[in-house]
Design a protein around this ligand. Structure first.
Ligand code: SF4
Length: 209
């Protein structure tokens, strides 16, 4: 059982990115229905002013990772419980690896900051549940969702990809959107050096399921 990864990258000016794809009121209403709301520091409500936080960054350099599942993996997930467990194992493995690589990229792009997909799962439970500060603030990265960005529209408009969901079976692919905020567009060679170049595919067979 395994999967294959495909990466695509797109830089977009922060002003256009926010004007076109950010709707905090609409998407934070969805977040309030999520069990991670107020329970993880990576998730809403954020403990700082979002405008101030994003102000230093003129560019959002987006990374779309598509995780293509092989037929054996899809067939093996033949119960709702297996679908949930196997889907989560694959997605969380890729998410964790992308976070690591993007944190490493921050060192090659001065003044940059990476963003992740979904909530942080580095600790269980998150220290926020006990009203304690984040235990790994140097490792934790906020998700794009937490800022009220429309991930479905971003995925469709900027990458030409439709997000698929689990229905009666695992989907043919999962999609993750990460990013790195910076003062200038991140050059293609920096993405390449991180193994995340636009159009790159990698075989991750066996590790995710
Ligand atoms: S690193 Fe730990 S304490 Fe910090 S947000 Fe993530 S789960 Fe919570």
């Amino acid at each position: 059982m395994g999967f294959q990864l495909e990466y695509r990258t797109r830089p977009i000016e922060m002003e256009r990115f926010r004007r076109t794809y950010q709707d905090r009121e609409r998407f934070l209403a969805c977040c309030r229905e999520c069990p991670r709301y107020e329970a993880r520091w990576s998730c809403p409500p954020l403990s700082f002013d979002v405008d101030d936080f994003l102000a230093p960054y003129a560019w959002a350099n987006l990374l779309c990772a598509r995780i293509f599942l092989d037929d054996g993996t899809i067939r093996a997930a033949d119960t709702p419980e297996k679908m949930k467990t196997m889907g989560w194992n694959i997605v969380s493995q890729v998410k964790f690896e992308l976070e690591e690589r993007l944190r490493e990229m921050e060192e090659r792009v001065p003044g940059s900051l990476s963003l992740s997909s979904g909530g942080c799962h580095r600790c269980d439970p998150c220290a926020r549940e006990a009203g304690q500060p984040c235990r790994q603030p140097d490792q934790m990265r906020y998700s794009l969702d937490a800022f009220g960005f429309d991930l479905t529209a971003i995925t469709q408009d900027l990458f030409g990809i439709e997000i698929l969901w689990c229905r009666e079976r695992l989907p043919d692919y999962f999609t993750l959107i990460h990013g790195i905020l910076s003062a200038a567009p991140v050059p293609g060679e920096v993405w390449e050096a991180a193994g995340l170049g636009d159009g790159k595919t990698t075989d991750a067979g066996g590790k995710g399921a």
